[in-house]
Ligand binder design. Structure first.
Ligand code: ASP
Length: 608
């Protein structure tokens, strides 16, 4: 038997017990003629004490860090206890040992505060995985998947696997493709999600499906994305939006309880997409803090109308505001004491290419009811007071105002709000705030192709009373700059996102389940009949054999784990992640394949 106990198991009550442990030598400390070794395994660390004779044998073997050791000994009380370790009251007085395997000196220390940089740790991921931090992340991931499975099982969901080698139907992200040897010149695609399969399963009558499933998207890897990632993918038949919201509100609360011990008692707050964009400039607002946007002027349409025309700011001779499409403000609480230097720094922050603003206007709301602003020349105290009141500012607040084109400015104010929230300590990772964002637009305008694309995906149903607008209007956009005026811009979908602390953790929709409406949808997206039959004929066909009304949702499993684990990075929660260029630096993949393989696949490369 290799071991009687794990390295995390023995306590003071076990003193005098004979024990055999096996694990890795984390640290080796020599004191004169005796040696202490911290032995580590998945469960913890236990101190080993090697007396004089055994220490000499250790020296002969040149015991080093990460050697694999097996020791027999007796549990005894430690002379100096380590309160930081669960096993810190005891140690093993070693009677005999054997070195099961040697180790090279590891390229970084395998400790919580390692000296290894990101690249090195990725290259030697199997060593990084020995670190407590990473292990805790994987344990949390396992706890989340267990909780999700339990909940879904209890609610009659059935886990069904769907294929990975499928047909390429790029819509949204780019597909990863796999050449077929047996069908020369033809390719499979890896699924971006099991979307159409789960819908087909509904047609087949499996009315509650789920799968914790890998998805593949060949996207440029913007901040913290992975080319392969995992979803908790779900679909239900005979449901309305409300049924889905309730079911998955239940699931997330169950996960919170099981994994974090948190009773998330309050009903998850709901917000329409329009309100989210209007108040927060963002479809996944972080509602752990308030600081809502004041829309002084905006081209954004709410309920089909422009809702802010700029009376408070127009006509004062300040060209930047007068000529801007959008002018938006936030009142940052209690920041009146910001120095010139601090404000300059934030101004530079909004001018960075990622944000792309030309400048930042500020108004300081003095405690005595007067104002000091960077636009005093144009706006007297009375006008500033009106702007401050509109922005909901209190004495001692600092108002920031941005002006420019609609989309860019709204995005910028949203980023600025998040940044100020961060600076003010309003975004604590131990605080969790969930939100449903509802009533998303069905379509989004693609500048690149000058056509409509599906905001969620092409299988999402329009709201029933918006179907008429979709059918009776020509999708063609004649003036690209005026796409917002097109009737399609106002069509809403029964689509919903679940947001946690400003991150989209899940999204789904009620689906189209009638062939003719699905065909109209494809046509609205500029897909000809031929093309839609070629790409989605199987689904259109299935809809002719009694497709039930259905809808679903998918959760970004890696992201959910990282937020619950209090980390910014999803990589920590994936055993073998890729780096920012989509490379597995441990495997050195992707890599070239040899001529023979290429030949078998009938592929000729055109790479210099
Ligand atoms: N398949 C969708 C996605 O990956 C989720 C859904 O609509 O259920 O975003």
């Amino acid at each position: 038997m290799y071991r009687t106990h794990t390295c995390g198991e023995l306590r003071a009550k076990d003193i005098n017990l004979a024990a055999t442990l096996a694990g890795w030598a984390q640290t080796i400390r020599k004191f004169g003629s005796i040696t202490f070794v911290d032995l580590r395994d998945r469960y913890g660390i236990t101190q080993l004490l090697f007396g004089e004779e055994l220490s000499a044998q250790l020296n002969e073997n040149a015991l080093g860090r990460e050697f694999v050791l097996q020791v027999n000994g007796i549990v005894q009380a430690r002379s100096s206890k380590n309160m930081g370790l669960p096993t810190g009251d005891i140690e093993i007085k070693v009677k005999s040992f054997s070195i099961l395997n040697k180790s090279m000196t590891p390229p970084f220390t395998i400790q919580d505060d390692t000296d290894g940089g990101d690249d090195l740790r990725m290259k030697f991921r199997y060593l990084d995985l020995r670190r407590n931090e990473v292990k805790k992340s994987l344990e949390l991931r396992y706890a989340v998947s267990r909780a999700a499975r339990n909940y879904l099982h209890e609610n009659n969901f059935m886990e069904i696997e769907t294929p990975f080698l499928i047909k390429s139907t790029p819509e949204g992200a780019r597909d990863f493709v796999v050449p077929s040897r047996m069908n020369a010149g033809q390719f499979y695609a890896l699924p971006q999600s099991p979307q159409t399969f789960k819908q087909l399963l509904m047609v087949s009558g499996y009315d509650r499906y789920y799968q914790i499933v890998r998805c593949f998207r060949d996207e440029d890897l913007r901040a913290d994305r992975q080319p392969e990632f995992t979803q908790i993918d779900c679909e239900m038949s005979f449901v309305e939006q409300e049924d889905i919201l309730n079911m998955f509100e239940g699931m997330i609360k169950y996960i919170f309880k099981q994994v974090k011990g948190i009773d998330y008692a309050e009903k998850i707050h709901r917000m329409t997409w329009e309100d989210a964009m209007w108040d927060y400039g963002n479809d996944k607002p972080d509602i752990r803090f308030d600081m809502k946007i004041a829309n002084l002027k905006s081209a954004f349409k709410r309920n089909g109308k422009i809702a802010a025309t700029g009376e408070l700011i127009n006509g004062a001779g300040f060209g930047i505001f007068d000529n801007a499409e959008t002018v938006v403000a936030i009142a940052v609480p209690g920041c009146i004491d910001y120095t010139r230097k601090q404000i300059d720094e934030i101004t530079d922050w909004v001018k960075r290419p990622q944000i792309g603003m030309q400048g930042l206007v500020n108004i300081k709301c003095n405690d005595d009811g007067t104002f000091k602003s960077s636009v005093d020349k144009f706006y007297n105290d009375e006008k500033l007071k009106a702007i401050a009141a509109f922005a909901n500012a209190k004495p001692s607040d600092l108002i920031f105002i941005l002006a420019g084109t609609e989309e860019k400015t709204r995005k910028a104010i949203s980023e600025l709000r998040l940044e100020m929230g961060r600076r003010l300590g309003c975004r604590k990772k131990e605080e969790f705030k969930l939100l449903w964002v509802l009533d998303f637009p069905l379509f989004e305008y693609s500048e690149e192709d000058n056509r409509w694309v599906a905001r969620h995906h092409p299988f999402t149903a329009p709201k029933p009373d918006h179907i008429g607008t979709m059918i009776s209007n020509d999708p063609v956009i004649t003036k690209a700059a005026e796409y917002l005026k097109h009737p399609y811009a106002s069509i809403k979908a029964n689509a919903y996102d679940m947001v946690l602390n400003g991150n989209e953790i899940g999204g789904g929709s009620i689906r189209i389940f009638q062939r003719d409406l699905q065909e109209k949808m494809f046509a609205a997206l500029g897909m000809g009949r031929e093309e839609s039959l070629h790409k989605f004929g199987f689904l259109l066909g299935a809809f002719e054999y009694g497709a039930p009304p259905h809808g679903g949702i998918a959760f970004g499993f890696d992201r959910l784990c990282s937020i619950l684990g209090g980390s910014e990075s999803i990589r920590d929660f994936i055993a073998f992640p890729k780096n920012n260029s989509g490379r597995d630096v441990m495997l050195d993949a992707p890599s070239a394949i040899d001529e023979k393989q290429l030949k078998e696949l009938s592929i000729q490369l055109n790479v210099k």
